[in-house]
Design a protein around this ligand. Sequence first.
Ligand code: 3HC
Length: 314
Amino acid sequence: MNTEQELKQFQERIDNGEKIEPKDAMPERYRKQLIRMMSQHAHSEIVGMLPEGNWITRAPSLKRKMVLLAKVQDEAGHGLYLYSATETLGARRQDLVEDYLYGSAKYSSIFNYPTLTYADICVIGWLVDGAAIVNQTMLAKSSYGPYARANLRICKEESFHKKQGYEMLAKMASGTPEQQKMAQDAVNRWWWPTLMMFGPHDSDSPNSAELIRWGVKTKTNDELRVHFVDRMVMEAEAIGITLPDPDLRYNEETGHWDFGLIPWDEFWSVVKGDGPMNRERIRARRHAYEEGAWVREAATEYARKQRLRAEKAS
Ligand code: 3HC
């Protein structure tokens, strides 16, 4: 698809709210942008299992262990839907994974922070999954059918994640003075990194305009961030948690909460690989990938034999 007429027709389909499906003609750049963004999303879901998985054996009760185990397992499922959705664009999963483990593909900055106490698990559920819902509810309306449908399903599961995180944090915030301190400390450490999840300011976001024109994103990074802060201010207040931003103020004119300056230097340093846990996360993922090579080989061989058997039988 290269001629102006074809590009115009494609844009008309988008503007009419039609979904683009895998076998439809699409501009090469649209396909590339989707592969970049969807695979980054898939990698994030998978690497996101590490900070929480770290607490499965140390969660305070059997119930909390089971809940956390189920949540981490859901994240693996999200990664798999997203890799499958990316494959519909002609990308090979192995290439995507290797570009992230040994190349330059990105994953979300948020997963490069450590989980120091169990309160961090509560806060990840509330803030990180809460931010993911805001971002992914928007992506569930994306112009690319398989991505929109994957996000629809992901958001349903993320809603449970967020509710369980909020419920646990509420319990901690009304617990012993030590628990209250842990809860507040975790919020203090995760608040700014969570705001960074939405990506750079719109003025520093090279991809937003194109993605919005093509209906892949329907809102900008800043619009989503503002929406998220509005919601979190109320939720924090309801459970007696203070958000660590002295500049947080309700703006009568805009009807939104104004907030302080996001530490962008920190964001870019994490994105470039120098966050507190970047090296450890990549090391752990490479180890899992390399140690799992025999499982992939066995699964491939099993599938080959099943295919041969089916061919013989037919
Ligand atoms: N972490 C790492 N890199 C980031 C980033 C972040 N938080 N935000 C932006 N970037 C990168 C972009 O990938 C881009 O780099 P590239 O061009 O080399 O790929 C660059 O910074 C400039 O950013 P843009 O704003 O131009 O990029 P986008 O328009 O693609 O917007 C995004 C960035 C908002 C992350 C968007 O890609 C998006 O919505 N992605 C899909 C959702 C996603 O990946 N979420 C990750 C979290 S997963 C999760 O939340 C799991 C849950 O279980 C908690």
